[in-house]
Design a protein around this ligand. Structure first.
Ligand code: NAD
Length: 327
């Protein structure tokens, strides 16, 4: 199958008016594309515009592409009109399998067959999503990390009936947009980043459940310890560098045998009412009465500063990062 030339993409259809659809819309506008956003409910428009406008403030700080403008946004609740002249479709509909399956059934018929459709899904497989789609070859997962307008990662994987060329196309397209694509070797639950995040989350819940640490202690440890380092160096390289001359070999040979216990000691914690209440109370305490929108704005301001600092060290995402091979 031949797909549209990546460099010729001008118009993007973004499906979904939630935080992810809104975030993608702002991001693509900031890269100078024309974006048509499909809102399932017209009444969502004020909330959707607020998401886009909030994201825009951070994107302006980071620098817009030539010609980028909020004026290049159109909004419609007519799916056919949203995707009819799109060169690329980013789908961020609810994480409900039968909703996505019905949507891909329609999209499979109304989106021209040489246009890639990419799903933001964080937990469903493309094999399941594309089940009823008549043109599944061009459907891929393009999973962003929240907030999608600031974090560069996009994890890409196809389903059983996806054309491998569509996976390569998506990788090239996201890279061209300034994202950092990672093509997965195979479809695994949680992809890479969410799976790692889940491991951290599981341990945090264990510590709270066992009375070993409060949510505040856990977050204080993270943001003053691994957090800043992780912005620059992943877990593997951080341990490689930490072991001096011997690097990762020393790390595994020396500490490996002792790691079996922490790796196997814990199973998934029981989500009891006590654990739930302790987590909620701890987080409410840290929020100290601040509304989630204020916390999100604060997060975004900090992320913009971090991204600028990381850019000074590594260069912009997509320019010099390692490209993954299409499997
Ligand atoms: N929230 C996150 O942190 C996060 C991170 C990465 C990926 N994702 C994924 O992105 C997708 C969207 O996430 P979200 O948090 O924005 O979801 P959401 O549920 O907040 O928003 C979904 C949007 O889709 C609309 N919608 C409802 N029915 C629809 C239909 N039949 N067709 C098209 N649109 C429909 C809703 O009106 C809403 O605007 C999900 O697949 C989710 O797994 C979420």
């Amino acid at each position: 199958m031949t797909f549209r030339d990546v460099s010729q993409v001008r118009r993007i259809a973004s499906i979904g008016g939630g935080p992810i659809g809104g975030g993608w819309t702002a991001f693509f506008l900031s890269r100078g594309f024309d974006v048509t956003s499909y809102l399932h409910e017209p009444a969502e428009e004020p909330a959707f515009r607020s998401i886009v406008e909030t994201a825009w403030q951070s994107l302006v700080e980071l620098g817009l592409a030539p010609g980028a403008s909020l004026d290049r946004l159109s909004i419609t609740s007519d799916l056919g009109a949203a995707v009819g002249d799109a060169d690329f479709v980013q789908e961020s509909a609810p994480e409900i399998l039968n909703v996505k399956q019905a949507l891909y059934k329609s999209l499979g018929e109304i989106v021209p067959a040489d246009v890639i459709i990419s799903s933001s899904t964080s937990g469903l497989t493309m094999t399941d999503i594309q089940r009823d789609c008549s043109t599944p070859g061009r459907t891929v997962v393009g999973h962003p990390f929240n907030p999608p307008y600031l974090l560069a990662l996009v994890e890409i994987v196809g389903g059983d009936r996806t054309d491998p060329q569509a996976v390569g196309w998506a990788r090239d397209f996201y890279l061209q947009c300034g994202k950092q694509p990672v093509v997965l070797n195979r479809d695994i639950p949680g992809f890479i980043a969410t799976r790692l995040q889940e491991a951290l989350w599981r341990e945090a819940l264990h510590m709270v459940a066992n009375g070993e640490a409060t949510p505040e202690q856990i977050d204080t440890a993270l943001i003053n310890g691994p957090g800043p380092r992780l912005a620059l160096m992943g877990q593997c390289m951080a341990f490689h560098v930490a072991c001096g001359e011997g690097g990762m070999a020393t790390n595994l040979d020396q500490f490996g045998p002792a790691l079996k216990l922490p790796w196997t000691r814990l199973q998934a914690p029981e989500l009891t009412k006590e654990l739930r209440d302790a987590m909620v109370e701890g987080c409410d305490g840290m929020a100290a009465g601040r509304h989630f929108e204020e916390l999100a704005r604060q997060r975004d301001r900090g992320l913009v500063a971090i991204l600028k600092a990381v850019r000074d060290v590594h260069g912009p995402a997509g320019d010099n990062h390692r490209e993954e091979e299409t499997p």
